[in-house]
Design a protein around this ligand. Structure first.
Ligand SMILES: NC(=O)C1=CN([C@@H]2O[C@H](COP(=O)(O)OP(=O)(O)OC[C@H]3O[C@@H](n4cnc5c(N)ncnc54)[C@H](OP(=O)(O)O)[C@@H]3O)[C@@H](O)[C@H]2O)C=CC1
Ligand SMILES: CC(C)(CO)C(=O)C(=O)O
Length: 329
């Protein structure tokens, strides 16, 4: 393990991704604070975090609280909630911020800060689907943010107990595309925790890549209850998936994003992942809110700004929304 200088680190949200990160960071010698609640808070206080991943099994102690005031000022906060909980978590972490605090949202979908930190036609605009009042931008101002795309597959078996069966990769980038010293430092901290970490000057390209994957599989999985092998392999579904890929790739291209895969190869690899349920199908089955705004409606909004029609995606999102609404208590 190489030497990296210590930072005061907090994981805000102790679910599948949060526990994976917290355990790996704590295992690497970082002192990790965790902001958690309810049953997870109790379990973490009593037993710590139990993680099984491809490198082994860990049980780690972490300093955990449901009070940001108690945890105090932090240098680095990984916000690890589902997209619908992001605003409330950004409110909760306010007491932990100091002038130099870095906030890394580890959340799927188009981020609220998409038009911040860059020039161009839409510079500084809010995304209505995610942050209509600009509240998130006020709670987590641009200078605190580093963007992130997470390629970790993790499952919370029980509160504080997480299994992950794939290699870990996190891509991080400044939202204004600078290769800053703090970016290098954070990359080293993540890498030192045994998670492959890439520091990039084009984080939005990675965001589009991940959104394309999520948008073509997650909503359709809720409608069909299909697994990844069915969505990307069943000939009844693949024409629709291909059409949605084309729509999202055209939109990404209109924002000059370079996507690093071709749809055919991606679909073949997706089908090979087997009987995997998407996270959105899992949320649906657990009656949790779906990440439709960040993964779906935000993309439609971006498409309409540049006059790209996305009829197949739009129809599928409407269908998904209808099904999700039936399941609300
Ligand atoms: N899991 C995966 O394999 C992958 C996930 N992602 C993305 O990463 C993000 C995080 O996902 P994941 O870890 O799976 O989500 P989880 O639902 O497992 O975890 C979210 C955690 O946030 C906690 N939380 C939410 N609001 C609060 C709050 N106000 N106070 C305290 N805790 C709070 C939840 O607590 P509680 O349990 O009490 O509700 C939960 O423990 C999502 O955007 C997801 O799409 C990306 C790639 C893969
Ligand atoms: C497995 C994958 C890539 C499917 O979109 C995913 O990230 C999810 O389930 O949310």
């Amino acid at each position: 393990m190489m030497e990296v200088s210590m930072m005061k680190i907090c994981i805000a949200g102790a679910g599948a991704i949060g526990c994976t990160l917290a355990a790996r960071l704590a295992q690497s010698g970082q002192s990790v604070n965790v902001l958690a609640r309810g049953k997870t808070l109790e379990v973490l206080q009593q037993n710590g975090i139990q993680l099984s991943d491809i490198d082994g099994d860990y049980r780690v102690e972490v300093n955990v609280s449901d009070s940001a005031e108690t945890l105090g000022h932090q240098d680095l906060i990984f916000v690890c909630t589902k997209a619908p909980s992001l605003t409330s978590m950004l409110k909760l972490i306010q007491p932990m911020l100091h002038a130099e605090t870095i906030i890394i949202p580890v959340v799927n979908g188009i981020p609220w800060w998409y038009f911040q930190g860059i020039q161009g036609r839409f510079a500084g605009e809010s995304i209505q689907a995610i942050d209509p009042q600009g509240l998130m931008s006020r709670l987590a101002p641009q200078q605190h943010l580093i963007g992130c795309v997470v390629f970790i597959t993790a499952c919370r078996d029980a509160p504080g107990v997480v299994t992950s069966t794939t290699p870990h990769l996190m891509v991080i980038g400044e939202i204004d595309h600078r290769m800053s010293e703090r970016l290098t430092h954070v990359r080293a901290i993540i890498e030192n925790a045994g998670i492959e970490a890439r520091a990039v000057d084009n984080i939005r390209d990675y965001i589009w890549t991940k959104v394309a994957a999520n948008l073509t599989s997650n909503p359709l999985s809720v409608v069909t209850k299909g697994t990844l092998e069915q969505i990307y392999g069943d000939t009844h579904l693949t024409p629709l998936v291909r059409t949605m890929f084309n729509e999202v790739l055209l939109t990404a291209a209109a924002y000059s994003a370079r996507i690093s895969f071709d749809p055919q190869t991606f679909m073949e690899q997706g089908a090979e992942m087997g009987a995997v349920k998407t996270s959105m199908l899992q949320d649906y089955e657990e009656h949790q809110p779906l990440e439709l705004e960040a993964i779906g409606y935000a993309v439609l909004e971006l498409a309409s700004k540049v006059d790209i029609p996305m009829p197949a995606t739009q129809n599928l999102l409407a269908l998904t929304q209808f099904i999700a609404d039936q399941c609300q208590p």
